[in-house]
Design a protein. Structure first.
Length: 178
């Protein structure tokens, strides 16, 4: 299945109470969100080409500033149930986004990573073997079994960021495919 088919599958089959998307580009991914799902989409430079539903909001800021604002608690009032970190090209930022999402998660939270995800998955597999990691299709991965109380990634962030730069692509550990 391609990315759009997976997004549609997760929204329809998981029927999440809420949805967070980091990076929206044109907003085309938001068309798969169910009409009753409160949605926050974060992008510091959105180029929206699609109409939003009433319960969808765009927050025009960086993801770091967004997480610092406590908007999740104000809007969702609950843990994040489904999240997408879109267009993962900056592995360092993707790791920081993952850490911030995990702070607002529980074991049932599902995080989807889209883009150049192999190094990010390598780091998650190495530092958090308790996570469930799966590659769904080229460039799309699934992570769950998160723990809001886990300090491992944040505690090791400087080592992780160094590893992201120094690990050659051929040494990146593969993750199980679905």
């Amino acid at each position: 299945m391609e990315k759009n088919a997976w997004l549609q599958w997760f929204h329809r089959n998981c029927n999440p109470r809420n949805y967070l998307q980091i990076g929206i580009a044109s907003g085309s991914d938001l068309q798969f969100v169910l009409s009753n799902t409160p949605t926050i989409a974060v992008d510091n430079n959105p180029a929206l080409e699609h109409k939003l539903l009433d319960n969808q909001q765009i927050v025009e800021t960086t993801s770091d500033d967004f997480f610092a604002s406590n908007t999740i608690e104000k809007t969702f009032g609950d843990k994040i149930e489904l999240a997408l970190v879109n267009n993962v090209n900056d592995c360092e930022q993707a790791i920081r986004d993952f850490i911030n999402i995990e702070l607002h998660s529980d074991k049932d939270t599902i995080v989807l990573l889209d883009g150049d995800v192999q190094k990010v998955l390598h780091v998650l597999k190495r530092y958090r073997p308790d996570l469930t990691l799966r590659t769904l299709t080229t460039g799309l991965a699934f992570v769950n079994n998160l723990s809001a109380g886990s300090p491992v990634l944040e505690t090791n962030l400087s080592n992780i960021l160094e590893e992201l730069v120094t690990v050659p692509d051929e040494e990146v550990n593969p993750v199980n495919n679905v």
